[in-house]
Design a binder for this molecule. Structure first.
Ligand code: ADP
Ligand code: MG
Length: 490
C-alpha cells in the first residue's frame, strides 16, 4: 500500500481542484446548462471543512443550491476528503471573484502559480469576516443514502423516467433484468458502456432505486463513482481504517461503480477494486459497472480486471437517433410547466445530436426562460434563447474530415473516397463515410453525392441503407462505425 501515497501527494491546490470540479460539472450537465446557471460561480474560500462558493444573484444562488448543491458537495468531497460542506451564497461584491473563462472548454488545469494568486485575491475580496457571515445555505443530502459508502441517488433517474429506443433498448433490458433478478448467471457483472450523457448513470440509479425500494427481500446496494471509490480508499489508508472500508464494501449485496475509466493509471485503487470485485462475485453478489468504453478498449486497466469485467453481460448505449431524441424531448416536455410546441421539439431533436444531457439542458433553458419572462415557447424564441448552442452545433464536422478519418481508419487512400473504384475494400469504407456524412452533417443527399466524386443521390441513399443494415447484422462492423462516429464527434 505504499504507492497510494503518491496519489495523495498529487492532490492539488484548492483552485486547481475547483477548476477540475467546474470542468467536470460542465461535462456532466452539458454546455447549455453550465452556461446558463453555473458559469458565474466563484470560489470564495475554505474554512475548515467548509467550502464557500458565491453567485452574483439570489436567484442564481437558490437555483444552483437546489439543483446542484448535492453534486457540488460530492465533487468537492471526491477532490478533497476534508470537505464536509459547501456553502453557496450571494457574492458580497458586484464583480465575480474568479473570472470564469469564456470558453466552455475550460482547461482542466490552470497553471499553479497563476491560480494561486487569483485565489488569494479572491479570498480577500469576497469572503466577509466570519462575524459578518450570513447564515450559510447548508446543503443537505436530500436523499437518504442507504449506507455510509453509497452516494445519494437522483430521484429523477428511475426506469419510468427512462425513454427506451433502438440505441438503448439492449442496455435497458439488461438493467431491468439485473434489477428484477440480481446475480443471475450471465448477468454478473453487468457492464454498461457508452459516450457521455447517454444514460449510463441514469440506468445505474434506476437499478439501485428498484432494488432498494422493493418490498420483498430488499437488498443493500452501494452505488458510487470510481472517483469516489478511490478517494474513500485513500482516506481509509490515511486514517488507517482500510479494514473497515473493505468490510463495509464486502458486506453489500450489490456494488455499483460508475465511470470506471477513472481508475486508469490508479494502480493501487484498481488492485483494491479487483479484490473486492472477486470477493463479491464469489459470494454471489451482483456487480454493476459503467465506463466510457468496452472492457477490451479500456487500455490502462489491468488485463485481468478487463477480462473479469467482460465475463458477464456487456451492453452498449449507442449514440441517439433522431427518433429517440424526439421521444425523450416529448417525455420531458410533457412534464414541464410550459407548453413546448411539437415543431420546437423536432427542431431540437434535429439540431442537438451530441447527447441527451445537452438536449435536456436546451429544453430546460427554454422552459426556464419562458417561465421567467412569461412568454410562450416558439421556434423564434428558441432561436433566440439557444443562439449560442445552436451556433456551436452548426460548427460541426465537415464531409472532408469524415472522408479523411474513415480513409485512415480503413487504411485506404483519401482519393478513393471520390474515385470510381468499386472493389469492396474501398467501396465499403466509402459507404461508411457517406453514411456518417448523412448522420453527422446537415448536408443533403445530392450535396453529399457531389463530394464523393459526383455520385448520384441515390448512391448515397443506397449507402446509408446498406450501412444501417450491416450495422444491425454485424456487431463488429457496428462497433467500428460507432467508434468512428465518436472520434468525429469528439
Ligand atoms: P451518462 O452517465 O451516460 O454520462 P446520464 O445517465 O447522466 O449519462 O444521462 C444524462 C442525462 O440524460 C440525465 O439527466 C438522464 O436522465 C438523461 N437521459 C439519458 N438517457 C435518457 C433516456 N433514454 N431517457 C430519459 N432521460 C435520459
Ligand atoms: Mg454518468
Amino acid at each position: 500500500m505504499t504507492t497510494t501515497e503518491s496519489e495523495i501527494v498529487e492532490m492539488p491546490h484548492l483552485s486547481v481542484q475547483w477548476t477540475r470540479i467546474r470542468g467536470r460539472l460542465q461535462t456532466e450537465v452539458g454546455e447549455v446548462e453550465y452556461r446558463t446557471w453555473l458559469r458565474q460561480m466563484s470560489l470564495a474560500g475554505q474554512d475548515g471543512d467548509e467550502i464557500t462558493v458565491t453567485l452574483p444573484t439570489r436567484f442564481l444562488r437558490d437555483w444552483v443550491s437546489t439543483r446542484y448543491g448535492d453534486r457540488l458537495r460530492t465533487l468537492w468531497q471526491a477532490e478533497n476528503a476534508d470537505i464536509r460542506r459547501v456553502d453557496i451564497r450571494v457574492a458580497t461584491v458586484s464583480t465575480p471573484a474568479v473570472p470564469v473563462p469564456e470558453s466552455v472548454a475550460a482547461p482542466r488545469f490552470t497553471p499553479m502559480a497563476a491560480s494561486r494568486k487569483t485565489f488569494a485575491d479572491t479570498t480577500r475580496d469576497v469572503v466577509p469576516p466570519v462575524a459578518a457571515r450570513v447564515a450559510p445555505v447548508v446543503v443537505e443530502d436530500k436523499v437518504e443514502s442507504r449506507s455510509d459508502l453509497a452516494a445519494p441517488l437522483d430521484p429523477r433517474f428511475t426506469f419510468d423516467g427512462f425513454v427506451v429506443g433502438k440505441p438503448n433498448e439492449f442496455a435497458y433490458a439488461c438493467a431491468r433484468r439485473v434489477a428484477d433478478m440480481p446475480s443471475s448467471p450471465g448477468f454478473n457483472p453487468l457492464f454498461l458502456y457508452g459516450g457521455v450523457g447517454l444514460g449510463k448513470t441514469h440506468l445505474m440509479h434506476a437499478i439501485a432505486w428498484e432494488l432498494t425500494n422493493r418490498t420483498s427481500n430488499p437488498v443493500s446496494v452501494a452505488y458510487m463513482s470510481a472517483e469516489k471509490f478511490m478517494y474513500r480508499f485513500i482516506a481509509a489508508i490515511r486514517s488507517q481504517s482500510t479494514m473497515e472500508f473493505k468490510e463495509n464494501l464486502r458486506s453489500v449485496d450489490v456494488l455499483m461503480i460508475d465511470d470506471l475509466q477513472f481508475l486508469i493509471g490508479k494502480d493501487n485503487t484498481q488492485e483494491e477494486f479487483f479484490h473486492t470485485f472477486n470477493y463479491l462475485v464469489e459470494q454471489g453478489k451482483q456487480i454493476v459497472v459503467s465506463a466510457d468504453k468496452s472492457p477490451s478498449d479500456l487500455n490502462g486497466l489491468e488485463h485481468r480486471l478487463r477480462t473479469r469485467l467482460g465475463c458477464g453481460m456487456v451492453a452498449d448505449l449507442h449514440s441517439t437517433t433522431y427518433e429517440l431524441r424526439l421521444s425523450i424531448l416529448e417525455a420531458k416536455a410533457s412534464r414541464a410547466e410550459v407548453t413546448v410546441p411539437g415543431k420546437v421539439l423536432e427542431f431540437l431533436a434535429h439540431k442537438i445530436t451530441s447527447n441527451v444531457r445537452e438536449l435536456e439542458g436546451a429544453l430546460n433553458r427554454l422552459v426556464a426562460h419562458a417561465n421567467l419572462f412569461g412568454r410562450p415557447v416558439t421556434l423564434e424564441s428558441t432561436h433566440e434563447v439557444l443562439h449560442d448552442i445552436l451556433k456551436s452545433h452548426d460548427r460541426r464536422v465537415t464531409i472532408e474530415e469524415i472522408q479523411k478519418k474513415v480513409a485512415e481508419h480503413f487504411s485506404i487512400r483519401l482519393t478513393d473516397m471520390s474515385s470510381a473504384r468499386r472493389a469492396r475494400a474501398v467501396a465499403r469504407p466509402r459507404q461508411v463515410a457517406m453514411y456518417l456524412a448523412k448522420q453527422l452533417t446537415s448536408r443533403s443527399l445530392p450535396e453529399i453525392g457531389r463530394k464523393f466524386g459526383n455520385r448520384d443521390h441515390t448512391t448515397v441513399m443506397h449507402a446509408v441503407s446498406r450501412v444501417t443494415e450491416l450495422m444491425e447484422r454485424d456487431g463488429t462492423f457496428a462497433e467500428d462505425v460507432e467508434l468512428l462516429r465518436r472520434l468525429l464527434e469528439s
